[in-house]
Design a protein around this ligand. Structure first.
Ligand code: NAD
Ligand SMILES: O=C(O)C(=O)C[C@@H](O)[C@H](O)[C@H](O)COP(=O)(O)O
Ligand code: ZN
Length: 382
């Protein structure tokens, strides 16, 4: 990680750059306040002459599109804007089809680019459009939520949900540039900021105990938006970049980034992606607690580790129990049916990310379904 480029347009914080080294598909993640104002010149420098399709959602359009458009106009970049409804339910076939049609209707060519201006929903959906239209167009991420800045804009997982489960249809398609303007997070509702924080904590829990300890000491400053916030974003991006570079297509180590997600995705799917009940990061928070409790059940960790995780997630205001999800949840058997469709399942065997301590997660294949079922029965009633 370097503190190389200064922010030419203002006297705001220095821009940090994290590199994702994937040979001829390598790209930089630029992180800092005020970046949106210089997006045009950065994109023009990388892809001179490219036209853009800027995909955003209705909330982000109102708050931040004008700043991006002013920057694109200053750099002389021609662009079309496409807007989707905000929220998880937009990660669906009908929106994918509509956007593909609109990009083709705007006559964008293979060497033009799709820009995602929004959170993980806009990023995952737009990335899938970029992967599919003309068999692959350049893709630029301008993430506007904490979650998308620390996780979804990096690593090339794109896609949509299916009635059979979360993210079951998609493609790996790396961006060519990620611009994470941390000042944009000032307009993010607290609930969404917290949800994104679950993925930040995940990096500590899965492989970096010192980072988790740093978060325990500094989370208030991260929430307040000082330099600690930029540091948390940069450290998270560096952690994710390291994993992605080692295992781009999740044949092994990348599955660690799924800590808490086997349970969390099942819960998101069970509430039919109703964000009033549960958003992704909240599902991850509950899922990470369950992953630690399940690890304790299997004799891998003691109660003190579980208590430490519970203390931190709950002190920042994240949900930690399934009973905190409003409304009725389906029975354990239904959750098991959803888990059986998880992408990590191999030859019918369940895979879970378990842990031997804070920062010591590992991938466990062939977990016995009956053990998971009984564990869920108990947790659903607690
Ligand atoms: N591809 C990956 O590697 C990856 C990683 C993690 C999560 N995800 C996916 O990301 C999605 C969740 O992303 P998310 O949490 O960003 O949700 P989101 O995209 O739905 O954004 C959350 C809410 O915040 C609003 N918003 C966005 N930016 C804002 C801003 N700056 N100010 C005010 N409001 C703003 C949005 O309109 C939305 O209502 C899930 O679909 C999840 O599966 C993907
Ligand atoms: O990038 C990854 O790899 C992750 O697992 C990151 C997760 O936080 C993210 O939610 C991802 O979309 C989950 O991927 P999936 O393959 O389980 O759908
Ligand atoms: Zn996630």
């Amino acid at each position: 990680m370097t503190d190389t480029i200064s922010n030419a347009s203002s006297d705001l914080s220095p821009i940090q750059t994290v590199s994702v080294d994937l040979g001829d598909r390598s790209y930089g993640i630029e992180i800092g306040r005020g970046l949106l104002e210089t997006a045009g010149e950065r994109i023009a420098a990388l892809r001179p002459g490219a036209r853009l399709a800027v995909i955003t959602d209705e909330t982000v359009e109102k708050l931040h599109l004008k700043t991006l458009q002013a920057s694109l106009a200053k750099a002389g970049i021609d662009h079309a804007v496409m807007t989707i409804p905000a929220g998880e339910s937009s990660k669906r076939f009908s929106q994918f089809e509509r956007l593909c049609d609109e990009v083709l209707g705007a006559r964008l060519e293979r060497n033009d680019a799709i820009v995602a201006l929004g959170g993980g929903v806009v990023g995952d959906l737009s990335g899938f459009v970029a992967a599919a239209v003309r068999r692959g167009m350049d893709f630029i991420q301008i993430p506007t939520t904490l979650l998308s800045q620390v996780d979804s804009s990096v690593g090339g997982k794109t896609g949509i949900n299916s009635r059979h489960g979360k993210n079951l249809i998609g493609a790996f398609h790396q961006p060519v540039l990620v611009l994470a303007d941390t000042g944009i997070l000032d307009t993010l509702p607290m609930r969404d900021f917290r949800a994104g924080y679950a993925e930040v904590a995940k990096y500590g829990l899965l492989g970096d105990e010192p980072f988790f300890a740093w978060l325990e000491a500094n989370w208030k400053a991260v929430f307040a938006g000082g330099p600690e916030r930029d540091e948390a974003v940069a450290r998270s991006c560096q952690s994710k970049a390291d994993v992605v570079v080692a295992d781009e297509r999740e044949s092994g180590r990348r599955a660690l980034l799924n800590l808490g997600h086997t349970f969390g995705h099942a819960l998101e799917s069970a509430v039919e992606y109703e964000t009033a009940r549960l958003v992704h990061g909240e599902g991850v928070s509950i899922g990470m607690m369950l992953a630690h409790e399940f690890s304790e059940r299997l004799g891998l960790i003691d109660g003190a580790v579980v208590a430490r995780v519970e203390k931190h997630l709950s002190e920042v205001g994240l949900p930690i129990r399934m009973s905190q999800i409003p409304g009725q949840l389906p029975p354990a058997g239904t959750l098991m049916d959803i888990i059986a469709q998880d992408k990590k399942v191999s030859r019918g065997n369940l895979t879970f990310i378990l842990t031997r301590g804070i920062g010591s997660a590992f991938v466990e294949k062939g977990v016995e379904p009956a053990v998971v079922h009984d564990f869920l029965v108990e947790k659903l009633s607690s």
